[in-house]
Design a protein. Structure first.
Length: 102
């Protein structure tokens, strides 16, 4: 099995605090599965439990690009989430992060 160098994308707590939704877009270069993991925190650095992370697939092989919502995962008590996606030069992913309803 091949292993690849991890890629890190940091979204600040201030960005999440100032918006009800934060978008993260990523593109991978190999056909394989990739585990996307992350942590959601507020501006004070505290973990956000039960934040929703919507996973959207963008298929770049067609014009216009096909966009499909794959599903939603929720953060645990430490703000952590993980989702497995197919890695392909033809696919990009967008993660929409929604803060929990108070």
């Amino acid at each position: 099995m091949r292993t690849y160098k991890p890629t890190k994308k940091v979204i600040s707590g201030k960005q999440i605090y100032n918006h009800r939704r934060v978008e993260i877009c990523m593109k991978f270069s190999y056909f394989d599965r990739t585990l996307i993991v992350g942590i959601v925190k507020n501006p004070e650095g505290e973990y956000i439990e039960n934040a929703a992370v919507e996973v959207v697939l963008i298929d770049n092989s067609v014009n216009p690009n096909k966009v499909e919502v794959l599903g939603v995962v929720f953060t645990d008590e430490e703000g952590k989430y993980a989702v497995s996606v197919i890695s392909s030069v033809l696919y990009s992913y967008k993660l929409n992060i929604y803060t929990p309803v108070p």
